[in-house]
Design a protein around this ligand. Structure first.
Ligand SMILES: [Zn+2]
Length: 256
């Protein structure tokens, strides 16, 4: 079975409440639905990992073309704006590469075709950790219904972890592109019920700066909301600001 080359899980500043030790990765892949999603759910983590020498690769499933309700705005026009904003945000965070799968914003579905596209990226990048939205999140509290594309992106990540990326006969034609099966060793889902926390006290400012690159998307109070959320998660994690995940350690070939 092919394995990723994983750095030993580093024992730096243990985080209270976490079931996994704080860890370092060489290569991460972040899969998400819309061009600004990654900054919201893991921008501080991306900035921190990048600073620590991890190559973080972005894979955006849709084209972001539904990102405006202004009369007269076309999908074509939005697509261009949002790609530009996403590349600017990724640069600010130190992201190593940005890929778009080109699905239409608002209509992301889990199909054999989209599963194959995600599997291609996972087999190409061979990440030590895959970061994605929680596909089971339907809503938050009584004031937020989760976007259907977010759930689909999370489900696509799970499909890639099992069975698509590691199973040779799933999308066997990818072998013709030189892409061998790959077993994802670690999965971080951006979940409300977090058990794995990343201290973003030193990178919250750069997360906010990256978010500000999405000028077409932001309301006036985004900094306050994002900061308050990071503080709330930080309180659970035992640090000033944090991002939370549901962490899965899927292979057992390294020691704590
Ligand atoms: Zn989104």
């Amino acid at each position: 079975m092919l394995r990723a080359e994983v750095k030993p899980w580093a024992a730096c500043s243990p985080v209270r409440g976490a079931t996994l030790p704080v860890m370092s990765f060489s290569r991460a892949m972040v899969l998400f639905a819309h061009p600004d999603d990654a900054e919201f759910f893991c921008g501080g983590t991306v900035a921190r990992w990048s600073r620590e020498g991890c190559d973080v690769h972005y894979v955006c499933a849709t084209d972001g073309s539904a990102g405006s309700n202004e009369p007269g705005t076309t999908r074509e026009a939005m697509r261009e704006v949002r790609e530009r904003e996403m590349r600017a945000a990724a640069d600010i965070l130190g992201v190593a590469s940005v890929s778009f799968l080109g699905e239409v914003d608002g209509f992301l579905e889990v199909t054999p075709n989209t599963r194959k596209k995600v599997t291609r990226e996972v087999r190409r990048l061979r990440p030590d950790v895959l970061v994605a939205p929680d596909p089971s999140r339907l809503w938050s509290g009584s004031g937020y219904i989760n976007h259907a594309d977010h759930k689909a992106a999370g489900e696509l990540a799970l499909c890639a972890v099992m069975p698509d990326a590691p199973t040779r006969v799933m999308f066997q034609e990818l072998e013709d592109e030189g892409l061998e099966p790959f077993e994802v060793p670690n999965l971080f889902l951006s979940a409300e019920e977090a058990d794995t926390f990343v201290d973003i006290t030193d990178t919250l400012a750069v997360k906010l700066k990256a978010l500000s690159a999405h000028a077409s998307q932001l309301g006036p109070d985004v900094e306050e909301r994002v900061t308050a959320r990071a503080r709330e998660v930080g309180e659970r994690a035992g640090c000033e600001f944090a991002e939370g995940f549901r962490g899965f350690r899927l292979t057992d070939d390294e020691d704590d």
